[in-house]
Design a protein around this ligand. Structure first.
Ligand code: HMG
Ligand code: MG
Length: 298
């Protein structure tokens, strides 16, 4: 059955901008984050405390995290691949952090320069320190529906990594179709495998739209009861370590779908769409949200 309510995790300022050929200035990022909060997003992934050599687009993580204007009821989170990243994020007053692993060994090596098992070992002290600081930790599993290097990924492998993240203390595990290759039945089967080990209420869907399937895949997992969806305004983004990967499903598309299904999200679609129009014009990108384009041309 469909959930009555869905929480959107807006990843545009992080996933959406981490792959830009030229870094976006901090003021634009801060304005984006503020507009997203004004549109009703309650969870915004604002920055990424990764190595600036690996992802120069996120090098201003401190300025972003310290510069944002906090709104009541909004969680501002950041990626932290290791203890160093966590320490920096905590210094900047982060509300929540996220660690990220993968269901593919090859992707793990390319993305974070270590094996899946090593990544989990690396996360243990991150979770321990975050718990002391009263900061919640989200976990990501990448390549849940396919890998750019390994191809097909077994649902059992996704379940194994998701379970490990959940058991080490991640309050929620986000399942990433990093390269957007999934289709609805595959998404359903993968989710069913994971939900045997991690409660459905603790799972989120993080689908990229490379092959145009993200919304169909979301419909499939909503039917299974997933109630947290990651998305990116205007469909911004891509992953620097997954060539050809395009952005996340557009937040506007998700809200339009949820509105049509009568599922509450608390988001003002017009304000969100106006934000998508504004950010794409500001950074000189096409608006990849069909809903955003349609609403802008009314
Ligand atoms: P490494 O080179 O193995 O790490 O990288 P290291 O510990 O040997 O450190 C190397 C250098 O990086 C050192 O600096 C460190 O100080 C520095 P140097 O001595 O050479 O001057 N360093 C850091 N600097 C700032 N912040 C840090 C940090 N850690 C080390 N936290 C590392 C390992 C994990 C750091 C690197 O591989 C990395 O930063 N990877 C990030 C890759 C990334 O951001 N990918 C995109 C995000 S994941 C994603 O998009 C998928 C997702 O959306 C879900 C989905 O769609 O599937 C989440
Ligand atoms: Mg992603």
């Amino acid at each position: 059955a469909f959930p009555q309510q869905v929480r959107l995790v807006e990843v545009g300022p992080r996933d959406g901008l981490q792959n830009e050929p030229t870094p976006i200035d901090t003021a634009t990022k801060l304005a984006l984050i503020d507009r997203l909060g004004a549109a009703g997003l309650t969870h915004i992934e604002a920055a990424s405390f990764v190595s600036p050599k690996w992802v120069p687009q996120m090098a201003d993580h401190r300025e972003v995290m310290q510069g944002l204007t906090r709104r009541n009821g909004v969680t501002y989170s950041a990626l932290t691949p290791n203890f160093k990243g966590l320490e920096a994020a905590l210094e900047c007053g982060v509300d929540e952090v996220a660690v990220f692993s993968a269901a593919s060994e090859a992707f793990s090596q390319k993305n974070i320069n270590c094996s899946v098992a090593e990544s989990l070992e690396r996360f243990a002290p991150v979770l321990e320190r975050a718990r002391e600081a009263n900061v919640r930790v989200r976990g990501y599993v990448s390549c849940v529906l396919g890998c750019p290097y390994e191809g097909e990924i077994a649902p059992a492998k996704v379940a194994e990594v998701a379970k490990a993240l959940y058991e080490m203390g991640c309050y929620e595990v986000s399942l990433g179709d990093t390269i957007g290759v999934g289709t609805p039945l595959k998404a359903k089967r993968m989710l069913e495998a994971v939900a045997r080990d991690v409660p459905m209420a603790k799972l989120a869907a993080h689908f990229h739209d490379t092959y145009g399937q993200a919304l169909a895949n979301l419909y499939a997992v909503l039917e299974e009861g997933v109630a947290v969806i990651d998305s990116s305004v205007a469909g911004l983004g891509g992953c620097p370590y997954a060539k050809g990967a395009s952005g996340n499903v557009a937040s506007e598309e998700v809200v339009y779908l949820l509105d049509g299904l009568g599922i509450q999200s608390g988001i003002d679609l017009d304000a969100l769409a106006a934000t998508g129009t504004w950010i794409t014009q500001t950074i000189g990108r096409p608006n990849r949200s069909k809903v955003g384009v349609a609403l802008a041309s009314r």
